[in-house]
Write a protein that binds this ligand. Structure first.
Ligand code: UDP
Ligand code: UDP
Length: 313
């Protein structure tokens, strides 16, 4: 038994599992399908190294694994505000359970935290050292304060129980196979333009976001998991756009006749957001490869295909 800083006995880090050296990794997906769909996993069903468990992380989970990617929690504001108590339970009890699991089996655990921990940031772009500007009692708090507690739990289990942790702070991400009615801005604008509907730019339209293509994000997460540091590390694409610029890009790509209108915004919407990714570049050798101009058409083509199929039904 080792000794932690506060004197509590801790287990030594586990030896490398033989699974890690085997030719094929085995993947167990755990999902309650609140915002996701089994359709996205169809291609893997029946694969001998793949398994799905329908489960809610707010309940105890017993599996034997050596890496845990703890991604659970709706990330679209309309989904996470739909049942805020459930959202905060997922972030607090879900993270606690995944940490308890990591502790029991000696697995390394990665938390997908969020740029929302910076709130409506007063520092721009946001480096990891920035503590954020977050409303603790607002309608977004179940998500952003929830993820802040999740980060705290990760670091307390690390310090107190010697758990091997990784924390990623993910900035806005988009790509094919997103839920068409997810409610976030890129999927909304693409779906609206394809359906011939008016794009809904929330006021004032000059607020900014930085959009990362999904395959870049997945590569960043794997590099962080297998890399040398706990984080937190920002993962995102530093290309920054206003929502009006995004609407124009979607119009140019899909339909010159596509229109937008300014609609009401929701409370506490961050006015600007752009990651400082110096750490990810220097420590993980990671930076995004796909610009918004390259990624949007890939997503639009896949959305078009799915919309054509669902319209025929
Ligand atoms: N837990 C889990 N799977 C496991 C081990 C633990 O889901 O394989 C859950 C367990 O139900 C508990 C939480 O993780 O609520 C925290 O576990 P820990 O051992 O850290 O705390 P304790 O059970 O001692 O409160
Ligand atoms: N937004 C918009 N139209 C929409 C949905 C969102 O203009 O139909 C804006 C929203 O006000 C915010 C930005 O797009 O400023 C990003 O919102 P999203 O819900 O995609 O993610 P967030 O970064 O807020 O989590």
């Amino acid at each position: 038994m080792g000794e932690s800083a506060n004197g509590t006995p801790v287990r030594p880090p586990p030896p490398e599992s033989p699974l890690r050296n085997s030719k094929y990794s085995k993947v167990i997906v755990v999902d309650n399908f609140f915002s996701g769909t089994k359709d996205n996993l169809k291609r893997w069903m029946g694969h001998p190294h793949f398994e799905i468990i329908r489960h809610d992380v707010t309940e105890t989970l017993l599996v034997e694994v050596d890496r845990i990617y703890h991604l659970a929690c709706p990330a679209s504001p309309i989904f996470y505000k739909h049942n805020p108590v459930k959202t905060i339970k997922t972030n607090v009890m879900g993270t606690l359970n995944m940490l308890g699991l990591a502790k029991r089996v000696g697995a390394r655990i990665l938390l997908t935290s969020t740029s929302e921990v910076y709130g409506d940031p007063l520092v721009h772009p946001q480096p990891e050292e920035y503590w954020g500007n977050v409303n603790p009692i607002g309608v977004r708090s179940c998500y952003d304060e929830g993820k802040r507690v999740a980060e705290t739990l990760m670091f307390d289990y690390h310090r107190q129980h010697n758990i091997s942790i990784r924390v990623a702070r993910i900035f806005n991400t988009y790509g094919p196979r997103m839920n068409i009615d997810d409610g976030r801005v890129v999927s909304n604008f693409i779906a609206q333009a394809l359906r011939g509907e008016t794009m809904t730019v929330q006021a004032p339209g000059t607020q900014t976001r930085s959009f990362c293509y999904v395959s870049d994000m997945v590569e960043g997460l794997i590099k962080l998991m297998e890399g040398p540091v706990t984080g937190p590390i920002n993962l995102g694409n530093p290309g920054e756009f206003t929502m009006l610029e995004l609407a124009q890009a979607v119009q140019k790509l899909i339909k010159p006749s596509a229109r937008w209108e300014i609609v009401d915004n929701t409370p506490d919407d961050p006015r600007q957001r752009k990651p400082d990714i110096t750490k990810a570049k220097e420590i993980l050798g990671w930076e995004p490869k796909i610009s918004l101009a390259e990624g949007l058409p890939l997503m639009a083509a896949e959305f078009k295909q799915r919309l054509e199929i669902s319209d025929k039904k």
